[in-house]
Design a protein around this ligand. Sequence first.
Ligand code: SAH
Ligand code: SF4
Ligand code: F3S
Length: 459
Amino acid sequence: MDPKRFALRTYGCQMNVHDSEKVATLLEDSGLAAADGESDADVLVINTCSIRDKAEHQLYSDLGKLRAWKAEKPGRIVGVGGCVAQQVGDRLLGRFDHLDFVFGTHNLRKVPAMLDQAEDGQRVAWVDEEKSQARFDLPMRRPDAPAGRRHKAFVTVMEGCDMFCSFCIVPSTRGREISRVAREIEAEVAALAEQGIREVTLLGQTVNAYGRHDVRRGKAAAVGTMPFAELLARLDAIPGIERLRYTSPHPLFYDDALIRAHGELRHLCPHVHLPVQSGSNTILEAMRRRYTRERYFEIVDALRAARPDIAITSDLIVGFPGETEADFEDTLGLVERAGLVDSFSFKYSPRPGTTAADLSGEVPPEVAQDRLERLQTQQKAQTLAYHQTRVGQETLVFVDGESRRGQGQISGRDPQHRVVNVDLRPGAALAAGDTLAVELVEATPHSLLGRPLDPALRP
Ligand code: SAH
Ligand code: SF4
Ligand code: F3S
């Protein structure tokens, strides 16, 4: 009999993308095969995000439509995991009678068993919090990962969040902070390097908080963790790793050692995505972010002093309860003063169970929308201006694949994580994972255009 085929639909952050990779490997290890698409699949797993109201509603809309998908072929199974699953749990089974199983963010390993139960007609939900190192005990990505990801990989170093920013649902969907033993991380990175992985992105909800609880309690040596900067230094030394990145850090956990690491470690990339959320000290306090705009500038300036070519990007929220026009202008001012190369910006969305959800001072939707647009207009101009400063420079591109335009144009990333597109001579055989030396010749708000240094590759 042919193996059953599975498909995965993934929403949310890189942590979710990586969790889906782990689920795919678990399903393959239990005898299933990846489907070509959902129409060809027997099992569909949706990995959900709950960060904003819209993300959560996406799941309800998807599930509504999946009744028809299930009816098309008897025996089809639908499972839901991720942050909405963790938050809503078995109530999802009550609400959608065609849903077969629900697994929380700590229960990936249970997916194959839950699938077996679903095949026996049982409907189960597992959303327990796993507080031990066992939660990191998941299969590694395979050497035959999808094209475009053969040269780079995510590696989890910590999970969960103890920060409880007043707007954020993540502490309740990902549970308490726990750091993975350093030698396990080193072993995984070394094994990936042996498979040909040259770029590693370390993942954690507040990734640079790695080890902090163990260090503070004087237990780091006993547990096997260490300060984040030390972990970076160890991984930087692993042969074969040419690019090391991490996401997302929190400003509170930048110490001198981490700043110095940016000047000293050879493979640590000149890019940091450092979410700031607001430029107003009043709003930062109401958000419980535990830093001021002045402290943010200090970090950004210190990073630039350590690594002059560093690109800083960020996340921003507009329309937080009580945000005045003056507060918002402080945000515009911060984006400029910090020289943000790019940012993701969002309208505040109240989330159930968070303290901000009870705050008064709601910003009218049309005001929030207007602020979002003004912020994005300013950012776009700043991004373009930054890209223009890069024109004339040489850089190295790690190729991801064909660009959106196609027609022999490839797309990749430079060390600053900017998208660089390159036109190639027809027949120039460049594949995902190849390295290409280019001169940057043109800037747009979204990307840079590069020209190969090797004349034989030019069109
Ligand atoms: N751990 C990261 C953030 C992860 S969530 C950090 O501490 O910075 C990704 C982004 O979603 C956040 O940076 C924030 O900008 C946005 N976000 C989180 N909760 C939100 C909410 N309730 N409404 C709007 N945007 C939100
Ligand atoms: Fe959410 Fe704040 Fe934790 Fe980031 S640090 S995941 S914004 S609670
Ligand atoms: Fe979304 Fe959960 Fe990530 S809420 S942003 S998928 S941690």
